[in-house]
Design a protein around this ligand. Structure first.
Ligand SMILES: *Cc1c(COP(=O)(O)O)cnc(C)c1O
Length: 814
């Protein structure tokens, strides 16, 4: 019996009465006088009760069935709101909608009461959330482990065109979905000295002196899959100082020291680092990662022992996926537990770890590859460092034996080198499988960063293309399209990704196309209303919506898009513009607080917005909107309304991308480079239904190797581009303080040939040309909508269900 069979029996009357009762009991008021936030909480608690009932039973039941569990280890989960998603997946949405209506509330307004849980930065964290949804929907026993950050990803405000970061207080009313597990508490040790004692029995005993202990307490969130029998669990660890902690110091009269130490302990789960694809190397971050993996591995070992008695079967019952290198210390932590506490030999422990762990790489950007100063790690995690040293030393010996004299090779492959601990090398060496997140990215890993490893261990490597869950990204985000698809081919596609392809023939059906077009038009009106209400910004729903929504990063090239809008502006003003339908360009992006160039680009985008809307020659033709505080909820509104999906990263730099998939599913046409999963989208939809521009990765590699790229020459050959760049420095772009954009200008085409590391200028002409094709394609409505339908129909492959099936078959061996 699954979650839904027992809930579907509930009638609207029952649900209505339960909510009303809950409002009274939780808040001591009647529904009539309750605040809408209270009604939201009461309704959510009712949903939660039902989930918890079945969750408890199913967790108990699945314990006994001996199936292999998937453990997903990730420092980030970009969850978003849960209320609507849970209701849809439970099959209870309409019942609650009516019940709330009878109580006098619109479910849409109730939904808006929930905070957006943003415990992640971007694509990586959203992938983790989509994967849990799929694991649950596919009824694979699974549990995700993460950190319960008290403050999630910062809230972005734009003042005078500039980003300001505000704390995100998601957890104030978030407890609704959480179950605290005071019975699941594990001590995590930091610092101190480690003493290795060899006992008379020949066994190693490890003694810690002066270590600091922090407690990890579990908070569980159920992840309800679609009509699933088995909700997945997201277990987030929260840091506590043990109560004994300050006692000694208190007794010695050192009150300040005691409080400071308590704060240091609890700071571990205080805040999410807002860096995406950038490794800053702060010590607190290393503490966070070790805290996460130590608590997790202690729990997994303990529960496996309780259930099976014998740790030697661990890898038969548990597959651990390490999502990026952040949780990589799980490997040495597991080895530590096996050797120090469970009496394993070194060889046994390393072998078991290898069969347990797998590693997903997310980026090859050098600034993102995680390295820790050996000194820091040694001081903070002395025992773990010792284990890594041993893995490293044994590996160096092996390489040296096989390639005598090749010190370069040893240096490249070693874990510890030049005073740094290279986490990616640790992962590749000690995990059973290593995967990239698209086919291109998988190949790039083999030929670049992990080339040496690939030569030795080719069987470890593969590429598994990312996916997104169609439940949230179609079912929740686009109810109109979901209904149209339901009515046309049935609702099977919600759990069987292959089925959405049955929509393809309807691209040729004029009445279906009309219905599809009406859905998009209605979504644009709704998006426009939502923008006005939530952001105070007007969007004309009659205009084309061209969207670029993702973290702000130079390699994603929001700058190219902004410069191109300036080119369109110049074209209109100078009377040489191509004809194009009136278009709103939507940018949504948060910049890491310390990433100056990214923040400058946000300032530029807002300045361009001001320029084009204050000039009456352009204001009715083009608009630029910066969607403040991009989060999962904003993404849901945007993907349903967009016509064009901008996926314009420098070829070879976007490992996969997932917003490309969300937009495609909702019928936006991609304007993109041959990068990441764009390549596979192009394969799926065919060249007629996607717009590809720009240099291919091979061409860029060649130019980089030869040093032959000369951005100055590109600018000199293109007078329109010269005109565009002049805007950056001639004062024509309005800013509140009269400042200009010199830094950006000089980064692009400085004297002497260097510059433009992301090939913005190189790809500019190609982008301009293909953009014009997009605009003329848009006005051929029959063809455009038919292409949009094909995009939706071909999006099945990009379901996270397909991705999870691939992991299950190729990596986890379920
Ligand atoms: C999907 C998503 C992302 C990832 O976008 P990419 O274009 O793949 O980088 C980032 N942030 C949010 C809120 C998302 O929903």
């Amino acid at each position: 019996m699954g979650l839904t069979s027992n809930m579907n029996k509930q009638t609207v009357d029952e649900v209505r009465d339960r909510i009303a009762r809950r409002v009274r009991r939780e808040f001591g008021v009647t529904v009539k006088s309750a605040a809408i936030q209270q009604v939201y909480q009461a309704a959510a608690l009712c949903v939660r009760d039902d989930i918890m009932d079945v969750w408890a039973d199913e967790r108990e039941r699945s314990k006994g069935d001996g199936r292999k569990n998937v453990v997903y280890l990730c420092a980030e989960y970009l969850i978003g709101r849960a209320f609507t998603n849970n209701l849809i997946n439970l099959g209870m949405y309409e019942t609650y909608e009516k019940a709330l209506e009878e109580l006098g509330f619109d479910i849409g307004a109730i939904e808006e009461q929930e905070a957006d849980a943003g415990l992640g930065n971007g694509g990586l964290g959203r992938l983790a959330a989509c994967f849990l949804d799929s694991l649950s929907t596919l009824n694979i026993p699974s549990i995700g482990f993460g950190i319960r950050y008290e403050y999630g990803f910062f809230r972005q405000e734009i003042h005078d065109g500039m980003q300001r970061e505000m704390p995100d207080t998601w957890s104030i009313d978030r407890d609704v979905w959480e179950a605290e597990r005071a019975d699941r508490v594990f001590p995590v040790q930091f610092g101190g000295q480690v003493e290795e004692q060899w006992g008379a029995d020949g066994r190693l005993k490890v003694v810690y002196h002066n270590a600091q202990t922090v407690l990890a307490e579990a908070c569980d969130i159920p992840i309800v899959g679609y009509r699933s029998k088995l909700p997945a669990t997201l277990r987030l660890w929260r840091a506590h100082a043990p109560s004994s902690f300050d006692l000694t110091r208190f007794n010695q009269g050192d009150f300040e020291g005691a409080v400071a130490e308590r704060e240091l302990a609890e700071s571990i789960s205080k805040v999410l680092y807002p860096d995406d694809s950038h490794n800053q190397g702060q010590e607190l971050r290393l503490r966070q990662f070790y805290f996460l993996v130590s608590a997790t591995m202690q729990f997994l070992v303990q529960s496996h022992k309780n259930q099976y008695g014998d740790l030697r079967t661990f890898a038969d019952k548990i597959a651990v996926q390490i999502n990026d290198t952040h949780p990589a210390l799980a490997v040495p932590e597991f080895i530590r537990i096996l050797i120090d506490e469970e009496g394993f030999t070194w060889e046994e422990a390393v072998d078991l770890a290898q069969r347990t762990f797998n590693y997903t790489n997310h980026t090859i950007l050098p600034e993102a590859l995680e390295c820790w100063p050996a000194e820091t790690m040694q001081r903070l995690l002395p025992r773990i460092y010792r284990i890594i040293e041993t893995i490293d030393a044994r590996f160096r010996d092996r390489v040296w034996r096989n390639h005598p004299g090749d010190a370069d090779l040893v240096g490249r492959m070693a874990i510890i080198n030049g005073g740094k601990v290279r986490m990616a090398n640790l992962c590749v060496l000690s995990c059973g499988h290593v995967n990239g997140v698209s086919q291109l990215h998988g190949r790039i890993l083999q030929s670049t960063v992990f080339r040496d490893f690939y030569t030795v261990y080719p069987e470890r490597f593969c590429g598994i293309t990312n996916g997104v869950t169609q439940r949230r990204w179609l079912g929740v985000a686009n109810p109109r399209l979901r209904r149209l698809v339901d009515d046309t081919i049935g609702e099977g596609f919600m759990t069987d990704w292959r089925k959405i392809s049955e929509l393809e023939p309807f691209a040729a059906d004029a009445s279906f196309r009309q219905a599809y077009d009406q859905v998009k038009a209605a979504n644009k009106v709704e998006f426009s209303n939502w923008m006005l209400k939530s952001r105070g910004v007007e969007v004309d729903p009659a205009m084309v919506i061209d969207a670029q929504a993702k973290r702000l990063h130079e390699y994603k090239r929001q700058l190219m898009k902004a410069l191109h809008i300036l080119a369109i502006y110049d074209g209109i003003v100078e009377g040489r513009a191509h004809k194009m339908p009136p278009t709103t360009f939507v940018f949504a992006a948060k910049a890491a607080p310390g990433y100056k160039r990214a923040k400058d680009i946000i300032r530029l985008i807002n300045s361009v917005a001001k320029l084009v809307s204050s000039d009456e020659r352009t204001r009715d033709l083009i608009r630029v909107v910066f969607l403040e505080n991009y989060d999962v909820t904003a993404a849901q509104h945007l993907v349903a309304a967009a016509d064009i999906s901008e996926q314009i990263s420098t070829a070879g730099m976007e490992a996969s991308g997932t917003s490309n998939m969300k937009f495609m599913l909702n019928g936006a046409l991609t304007l993109g480079t041959m990068d990441g999963a764009n390549i596979e989208i192009a394969e799926q939809v065919g060249p007629k239904n996607i717009f590809i521009f720009g240099a291919r990765v091979e061409e860029l590699d060649r130019m980089k190797a030869e040093g032959s790229y000369n951005p100055r020459a590109v600018v000199e050959a293109n007078p329109h581009l010269q005109r565009v760049l002049r805007h950056l420095v001639d004062g024509s772009l309005p800013t509140s303080d009269g400042s200009r954009f010199e830094d950006i200008y000089y980064s692009l085409a400085p004297e002497g040939g260097q510059g433009d590391a992301y090939f913005v200028l190189h790809d500019f002409a190609s982008y301009d040309q293909v953009f014009a094709q997009v605009m003329s394609a848009y006005v051929d409505r029959d063809r455009w909508i038919s292409s949009a339908v094909v995009n939706t129909a071909k999006a099945g492959y990009f379901s996270s269900d397909r991705a999870i099936e691939d992991y299950a078959n190729q990596i986890w061996q379920l």
